[in-house]
Design a protein around this ligand. Structure first.
Ligand SMILES: [Fe+2]
Ligand SMILES: [Fe+2]
Length: 157
């Protein structure tokens, strides 16, 4: 298993294309490949800086898949965390991740919109998701529903 299997996975590629298409006219932050790799690299740096012992293939898998439920949210109104955890489980299984790894990663996806506790996979994905957003240069700031304390106004990584 490797996160490089995820980026070659047909379901991953297809779903990401749907998200790109559905977000074409979105004025707020988008959820394409560059956001996913921003989150992956940042989460990995956070793990290294804080001596959090989680394998790179686990961190990258969680980051690459954390917003995979976005298409279903736009199309059916399902929360993207819940939809994403289900889609991610299929992709991870296809990519040879073990049941235990799939459980860990899908839990992190399910709770990536709240801080789920110190040094967990979910908490570093949550932190990286926020820290990578260039809110200081946002053209849609006045319409963004993020509260001012959530907005990222400096770049740490
Ligand atoms: Fe998200
Ligand atoms: Fe995200």
């Amino acid at each position: 298993m490797s996160y490089n299997d995820i980026i070659k996975n047909k379901k991953f590629i297809y779903t990401l294309q749907s998200i790109d298409r559905l977000e074409q006219d979105r004025q707020f932050c988008k959820h394409g490949l560059s956001h996913l790799f921003d989150v992956a690299r940042t989460a990995y740096i956070i793990s290294l800086e804080n001596n959090i012992n989680i394998a790179k293939d686990i961190i990258y898998a969680a980051a690459l898949l954390h917003d995979i439920g976005r298409a279903e949210e736009y199309e059916k109104g399902t929360s993207h965390s819940e939809a994403g955890a289900k889609i991610a489980a299929c992709i991870l299984n296809d990519c040879g991740y073990t049941d235990e790894e799939i459980k860990l990663i899908t839990q992190a996806i399910l709770f990536h919109r709240e801080d789920s506790g110190k040094n967990s996979l979910g908490s570093i994905i949550y932190a990286a998701d926020k820290l990578t957003r260039p809110c200081f240069a946002c053209v849609a700031a006045k319409d963004c529903k993020w509260s001012s304390d959530k907005k990222n106004l400096t770049m740490r990584y």
